[in-house]
Design a protein around this ligand. Structure first.
Ligand code: 2SA
Ligand code: GDP
Ligand code: MG
Length: 452
């Protein structure tokens, strides 16, 4: 009961028996949002985990990145690749949201939809919602990405050349163009586009853009995209408040995060937990489970330091058995041992509540398996993940060695039926990070999973 008194004479002016509201906005939501994040350098198998959890979700959201991402889902032998679309789009019950933090290349988005339609994706028009605050990636951003990589020569980052960095740069410079601009006043959009091109041509005189042709093309895109555009912040607010189950699909991964990754060998968005809030307009109080997707070994595509990289035949075996090729660029992925020192760092940043360990089956044939449990720098063991890439390039991994299980785990569906050395491998990961492993992937298909 709240009693308010008049300050002068102490008389009671109002008595309130019940609080006026039964909850405090989204501080106590009915259900919490589940987040799926890549815990290494990407391609951990997030798409598969999202597809698995989407069967029980109402909404699946992307919050950052663009069509640099490549997420694979294998259902009954059919392989789907998603770049901009949330992997939950193949679930006919699920709405898919592309949030404000995503950068969208519309020609790429429509191409992706067509490819997936040919593979059986249907009725997406009623299920796909795109934030009016999301920024647009134009073809010239992709050209700039290529020019920047060329200019860097041997210092290149190994980007996907999808225009991601240049688009986030336009956004941060406050000259970017949003989906809302495209579907708004077309004259204003045209003015903004023309001046955006001009400002880039000042820096890159080699940049050739047929502004009139681009504007004609985007007039058509504006009409195609208009029915999908939504103010998604309010939509998600209402959904969470009404108890809808929301899943967030992280793209890229923690070590590619612009702040916490191996800068400058990173992408240009926050792929860690913070990007979920800023990329969707969700407050931290609604975040529930944060699931780390961890590959049973480590891969990296693009340049930059990689302490446990294997430049020998074991690395080749992992690359071949794991079919480690970029989904977007088809580049060979670099492969190495599982790195727990790295995972400890990303666990600190992201606060994982559980782990989905993927691709354990890829280790099935190895006689010896190593796991990095710490780093030495200049001969001394260090207790942190170096922020400097030159230090990271110099660290010496400290390894723990396992006898391999050398038997197929592909058809195993319970933890108890895994070979004992595979069980020990999983337990080391859990104990080192103090986070439970809830699922283990033993194949690419939807069914190839051990739930613990
Ligand atoms: P960008 O294009 O500016 O984001 O590139 C910057 C760095 O980020 C890396 N990056 C990725 N790493 C792993 N997987 C990604 N998606 C694709 C896939 C990659 C592909 O699923 O296979 O096809 O090559 C991804 N996207 C960006 C990139 O390699 C640079 O190191
Ligand atoms: P994402 O970017 O994290 O979604 O991952 P990618 O799709 O880029 O790469 C992961 C690859 O591993 C895909 O080809 C998946 O089909 C495959 N994959 C995922 N989980 C498993 C697993 O447990 N075992 C095997 N063999 N393949 C898997
Ligand atoms: Mg990928």
């Amino acid at each position: 009961c709240i009693v308010q008194t008049n300050g002068d004479n102490g008389n009671v002016v109002s008595v309130r028996k019940k609080p006026r509201v039964s909850s405090v906005g989204l501080a106590q939501p009915k259900t919490k949002v589940t987040v799926i994040l890549g815990a290494q350098w990407g391609d951990e198998g997030k798409g598969k985990v999202v597809d698995m959890l989407a069967t029980d979700a109402d909404i699946v959201c992307r919050c950052q990145g663009g069509n640099n991402a490549g997420h694979t889902v294998v259902v009954e032998g059919s392989e789907y690749h998603f770049h901009l679309l949330p992997s939950g789009i193949i679930n006919p019950r699920c709405k898919s949201v592309i949030g404000n933090g995503v950068v969208i290349h519309l020609p790429g988005l429509f191409e992706e939809l067509e490819i997936n339609e040919a593979q059986g994706l249907t009725e997406w028009k009623d299920r796909l919602l795109i934030s009016d605050r999301a920024h647009l990636v134009f073809d010239f951003h992709q050209q700039v990405d290529q020019l920047q990589e060329l200019e860097k020569g041997t210092q290149s980052l190994g980007t996907t050349k999808k225009g991601i960095g240049p688009t986030y740069a336009s956004k941060a410079a406050r000259i970017g163009i949003r989906i809302g601009d495209l579907v708004g006043d077309y004259d204003k959009f045209s003015e903004k586009f023309t001046s955006l091109v001009t400002s880039h041509q000042k820096v890159f005189p080699a940049l050739k853009v047929d502004v009139k042709a681009e504007l004609d093309r985007y007039k058509i895109y504006a009409e195609r995209i208009r029915p999908l555009v939504k103010e998604t912040v309010y939509y998600l607010y209402k959904s969470v408040k009404n108890g809808k189950k929301v899943l967030v699909e992280g793209a890229n991964a923690a070590l590619l995060d612009i702040d916490f990754g191996t800068y400058p060998y990173v992408t240009s968005s926050n792929c860690s937990i913070g990007g979920v809030c800023t990329g969707l307009g969700l407050p931290p109080s609604v975040i529930g489970e944060i699931i780390a997707v961890v590959k049973a070994y480590t891969t990296r595509v693009g340049d930059g330091p990689f302490p446990t990289e294997l430049l020998d035949t074991t690395g080749e075996i992992l690359q071949k058995r794991g079919a480690e090729f970029g989904v977007t660029t088809k580049r060979k992925r670099r492969c190495g041992w599982l790195d727990l020192a790295l995972l400890k760092f990303t666990a600190i940043v992201n606060g994982y509540s559980s782990i989905c360990l993927t691709k354990l089956d890829i280790l099935d044939t190895l006689p010896i398996i190593k796991v990095c449990v710490g780093y030495r720098l200049s001969g001394k063991e260090i207790d942190h993940f170096p922020s400097s890439t030159s230090d990271l390039a110099k660290v010496e991994p400290i390894y723990e060695e396992f006898n391999g299980w050398q038997t197929s785990t592909e058809h195993v569906r319970s933890f108890d039926n895994l070979p004992s050395s595979a069980q020990k491998y999983v337990q080391l990961l859990e104990e080192y990070l103090d986070i439970p492993v809830k699922w283990i992937g033993v194949g690419a298909g939807r069914e190839s999973i051990i739930a613990i």
